[in-house]
Design a binder for this molecule. Structure first.
Ligand code: DC
Length: 362
């Protein structure tokens, strides 16, 4: 049987597996594209380099040519060496054909499906093994059982480190409730500014916080830059923080599990949380992400200004006396500087899955 015929037969045999992988890949690409405000094609393109190399190597190997002849014909030594390397890689890919073929095929098909906007709801990667804890639907694990009784994931970190996206995705993945605690401070800052109050008056800000109606958190405009600045200013006051503590603790302990993200969740609000993650990234990376995000929304912004804002906010959030931004001593550190959102999410899942058996009740 010729190499090509064997290849075609393997292709037909592995198509269903490749399709399953393609679905998952398309979902991941679209989730990452949405989170980063980029097109699915831009997100998928760098992820096609390895499948492309492997595909070429496999085709070269199965094509039935003669390596020695090609090397002789090669114009330079470098080209001859590259051909040998590709040949070797092709041999390996052919031996591991049951992985290579679904991978190569699945990635290309997945990229095409992502570009067409298909399967945007798919998130789990069926080819990733070894996760334990809450992951599988249908069969309830010990983790899921405890989750029904109260399980808190506390996520802290500076602005634009990716903690909000990670927290949201963890909540969706494990079926937990989600609270973006920054919104509480944003709402207080906004209300105080609208009423013309002095943002440096801790008692007055505390009164606004005590009267806060959680319904105002649904206002989408709270996520803007201006509200973030106001939030950072009112968040320095101890009376404001005290007024919000009980609400956040109640949320964290709700049956079914909860994910909260903020600055002091693992240190002050829920020091007893089952999982604590401190998400960070360099100020430059965070400023770049925030700038790209705003540019994608059509806002005219400048990287230098955003970097200054990020640094100023870090300084205020970390330098204040009341519940400053810092990692809890037992928090897992997750630096997202070099990770895309999918990689960061998977790293966070590994942290949750590796947490000791959650305590019951409470
Ligand atoms: O996470 P965010 O960007 O929405 O937060 C806005 C501000 O609110 C942030 O600069 C500091 C403050 N904050 C806080 O002090 N404690 C929290 N748990 C959440 C936010």
């Amino acid at each position: 049987m010729s190499g090509w015929l064997a290849g075609l037969l393997a292709l037909a045999f592995f198509s269903p597996l490749a399709f399953i992988y393609a679905r998952a890949f398309a979902g991941r690409v679209q989730a990452a594209a949405a989170a980063r405000g980029r097109s699915a094609v831009a997100v998928a393109a760098p992820k096609l380099i390895w499948p492309l190399v492997l595909g070429c190597a496999l085709a070269l190997r199965l094509g039935g040519g003669d390596l020695a002849e090609w090397q002789e014909a090669a114009a330079s030594r470098t080209l001859a060496a590259a051909l040998s390397a590709l040949w070797l890689l092709g041999s390996l890919a052919a031996i591991l054909f049951f992985v290579t073929i679904p991978f190569v095929l699945g990635r290309f098909l997945g990229a095409l499906l992502a570009a067409m906007g298909k399967f945007s709801g798919e998130r789990d990667d069926p080819l990733s093994f070894g996760s334990r804890g809450f992951k599988r639907e249908g069969s309830e694990t010990a983790g899921q059982e405890s989750a029904r009784m109260g399980f808190t994931v506390a996520i802290d970190g500076p602005a634009a480190a990716g903690k909000g996206t990670i927290a949201q995705r963890l909540a969706a993945h494990y079926g937990f409730a989600y609270l973006d605690t920054g919104l509480l401070y944003r709402a207080i800052g906004r209300l105080a500014a609208e009423r013309g109050l002095d943002l440096d008056d801790g008692e007055a800000m505390g009164a606004v916080a005590r009267a806060l109606d959680p319904a105002v958190l649904d206002d989408g405009s709270l996520r803007g830059r201006e509200a973030g600045e106001l939030a950072s200013r009112v968040a320095v006051h101890a009376p404001v923080r005290a007024a919000l503590t009980e609400f956040q603790r109640g949320f964290a302990r709700r049956p079914g599990g909860a994910v909260l993200d903020g600055r002091d969740i693992g240190t002050v609000i829920c020091p007893e949380a089952e999982v604590k993650i401190f998400v960070s990234a360099s100020p430059e990376v965070r400023a770049r992400r925030r700038t790209d995000e705003l540019l994608a929304k059509g806002r005219a912004v400048d990287y230098g200004t955003i970097l200054q804002e990020v640094r100023a906010r870090d300084e205020r959030d970390s330098g204040r006396a009341a519940a400053p931004l810092k990692a809890a001593p037992d928090a897992a550190l997750l630096d997202t500087s070099e990770l895309d959102i999918e990689e960061a999410f998977r790293a966070a899942c590994r942290i949750v899955d590796a947490s000791p058996h959650p305590r019951s009740g409470a």
